[in-house]
Design a protein around this ligand. Structure first.
Ligand code: ARG
Length: 463
């Protein structure tokens, strides 16, 4: 048992208590961040004259060797240490002796862990942004290929109006674009350094907090030491952003699963992203999409858990906050893994254009346009709606789409129908006439695509 605080105690910790209290099993993943924080702290301690240059160099050398040895496997992070902070400090003292005992000057594990968690979260936000960027680029490529790929649009999962695959994918592009913006906002808001806040009330050493902040890539130092050690808002915001990303992925997966079904046949998933059945030889199942949909729940769970952990905590640090790690790490791994897999899956989907077009032509997706046609002939919309309703009923009886009726049949229902109806309600016309901003019409779609292209071009240099 390597503990940093034995002095005040006359009895050693009960073994079960030690295990219950320890966090090394999961906070060992913060090693890189912990060492980065220590490097910055020690450089600042030397710059402000609290440590000598020689002590600084000894400590930096020791930290380098600990990092190198854990990376190459010669040094193991074992349960013998209470947490990652104790692991580094104990090994440092073992390697460099007395100078190592000065590393913790003017620092508490409270501001240390607050820093480690922030640095780790910030790295994962950057990773998530990159994954979202890959997905957005994939979506944009597909949109450019499918501005003329017709398909039915649905409301209530009932065929509604025709649109294009580019337009449908564009809706997801917008969702992930908002996710990207959320991540940028969170990163900007969280980017203040808590190091130097001490246990809760700062320290009496003349620390240069702006220096450590700058060394660690922060925009500045935090403004209130109590808040600094007890703030996990940035983590809650990030988990909330991840939960939203998962919700978007899950909706997309649900649609891909439907489209891949024997009934729809709009798409075919690549063999590399499908699985078989142990009993039914004909099966090719979209398990990956189902799993992404399924894993959404555990990311929501991490968010709820974190909110609940924080809700009753008095200022400042409380041990409850150690619970900020396990589920959050799991949520980060899950969401990043899902984003990556999903993008690969989407890239390899085959779109069955003919089948999508055929589906758009059936199911009266042009009924609204037929009503609009009558409005153009001078019939008030409400009457036109009712006439087309009767027309659809007639068509259902005949088992035909509207444009398969003869002009005589059409005129029987309403004399205002003319030969020009066929062109007015063709699939191509129905889509190309939808030119309002945000609609699937070719020109409107091109404008949206140009905006997305510009966004992705700029995003590379954001923050
Ligand atoms: N393992 C602790 C955590 O994750 C580190 C901070 C411990 N601080 C303390 N005062 N016990 O929160």
């Amino acid at each position: 048992m390597a503990q940093l605080w034995g002095g005040r105690f006359s009895k050693s910790t009960d073994e079960k208590v030690y295990e219950f209290n320890a966090s090394i099993r999961f906070d060992k993943r913060l090693l890189t961040q912990d060492i980065a924080g220590s490097r910055a702290h020690v450089k600042m301690l030397a710059a402000t004259g609290i440590l000598t240059e020689q002590e600084k160099n000894q400590i930096l050398g020791g930290l380098d060797s600990i990092e190198a040895d854990t990376n190459n496997g010669t040094l193991q992070i074992t349960d013998a240490y209470e947490d990652v902070h104790s692991f580094v400090e104990a090994n440092l003292i073992e390697r460099i002796g007395d100078a190592g005992k000065k590393l913790h000057t003017g620092r508490s594990r409270n501001d240390q862990v607050a820093l480690d968690m922030k640095l780790y979260t910030r790295d994962r936000i950057d990773e998530t942004k990159e994954l979202i960027g890959n997905l957005l680029n994939t979506l944009l490529d597909l949109m450019k290929q499918h501005t003329d790929t017709y398909m039915p649009g649905f409301t209530h999962l009932q065929k509604a109006q025709p649109l294009t695959l580019a337009h449908h994918l564009g809706a997801y592009f917008e969702m992930f674009l908002r996710d990207d913006g959320r991540l940028t906002d969170i990163r900007k808001r969280m980017n203040l350094c808590p190091l130097g806040s001490g246990a809760l009330a700062g320290t009496t050493y003349p620390l240069d907090r702006e220096m450590t902040a700058q060394l660690l890539g922060f925009d500045g130092a935090t403004r209130n030491s109590m808040d600094s050690v007890s703030d996990r808002d940035y983590l809650i915001e990030y988990l909330s952003a991840l939960a939203t990303i998962m919700m978007h992925l899950s909706r997309f997966c649900e649609e891909l699963i439907l489209w891949n079904s024997n009934e729809y046949q709009f798409i075919e998933m690549d063999d590399a992203y499908s699985t078989g059945s142990s009993i039914m030889p004909q099966k090719k199942n979209p398990d990956i999409a189902e799993l992404v949909r399924g894993k959404t729940g555990r990311v929501y769970g991490a968010l709820m858990s974190m909110l609940t952990t924080m809700k009753g905590l008095p200022l400042a640090y409380n041990k409850d906050m150690q619970e900020d790690k396990e589920m959050a790490f799991d949520a980060m791994d899950t969401a990043c893994g899902c984003l990556d897999l999903f993008t690969g899956m989407l890239k390899t989907v085959t779109f069955n254009k003919d089948r999508m077009k055929e589906s758009a032509m059936m199911g009266f997706t042009n009924a609204t346009d037929a009503a609009d046609y009558l409005v153009n002939k001078g019939i008030p919309f409400r009457d036109a709606h009712s006439i087309i309703g009767r027309l659809v009923l007639y068509c259902i009886g005949q088992g035909k789409p509207i444009d398969a009726l003869s002009i005589e049949e059409l005129k029987e229902i309403c004399p205002a129908f003319d030969e020009d109806l066929y062109d007015a309600i063709s699939l191509e016309t129905c889509v190309s006439k939808r030119l309002t901003k945000g609609a699937p019409g070719r020109k409107a779609m091109q404008e949206a695509i140009a905006y997305y292209e510009a966004y992705l071009g700029q995003d590379a240099i954001q923050y």
